[in-house]
Design a protein around this ligand. Sequence first.
Ligand SMILES: [Zn+2]
Ligand SMILES: [Zn+2]
Length: 287
Amino acid sequence: MGRGKGKVPLLGVHTSISGGISLSLKRAEKLGCNTMQIFCHSPRSWDTPEPDEADIRQFRNLRKSLGISPVFIHCSYLINLSSPDKGVRTRSIKLLAYELMILEQTGADYLVLHPGRAVGQPIDVAIKLASEAIKEATTRAGVKGRILLENTAGQKGDIYSTIENLSIITEKAGPDSIGGLCIDTCHAFQAGYDITTREGCDSLYSEIEEFISPLKIKLIHLNDSKRPLSSGIDRHEHIGLGYIGDNGFRVFLNHPMTRGIPLILETPKKTEKDDVRNLKKVKELLE
Ligand SMILES: [Zn+2]
Ligand SMILES: [Zn+2]
């Protein structure tokens, strides 16, 4: 099997920071995670609240003692670095720089970024705007090479569902800004990468390895898909219950592209039981 016998996979969930960033670590520990992802503030707000120093200190100490690593911060959903509206772009750069600052303060490893939507502009114009904005936010925050670009589902105006466009943005923004790639299984599937077959995984992997700037996978988001292949609609489903299914995940998780890469679940969550069940399912599929 892909991961080798006896090797513990890096497996975690996107965890709530409700009540304080440090509490997210306790929630991850309770679920038996050795890696995790969080938002560092409300993902649907432009606010950049003063960080709570005591909470951040507690986070750093607790993380050391629990050994949860790596830790990923997911960017705000409001950020659109490709927006033709200068006001939106300016606010997005400010928010991205803020999130990079929190990344640095908390000692988290990478910030997962959706670069944005083209909103009617030609692709090359939108990519140029996003890469310049990423560079500006990185310079402002003084935090280098810690952004991971996430592939998206290809919804209306969304141009970052293709590895090619992510590769161009990476080349333009440069290694001082971009540290690698986050592959989301649900988004890849919805964008037309059939990761349920060995051939589909091979072709995705070769795109990642061959485009203009070879991208390195640093994180995998494990989500099943409520919608069929190439639907271009972003709807996450519990592992095994969607169109990727048990067999699809078995193929994907045993492909060389996933070897040693942290796996984070962003599956629907009504109660903690949902996380428990999805984690158990992934472990079964990895065996
Ligand atoms: Zn995401
Ligand atoms: Zn994702």
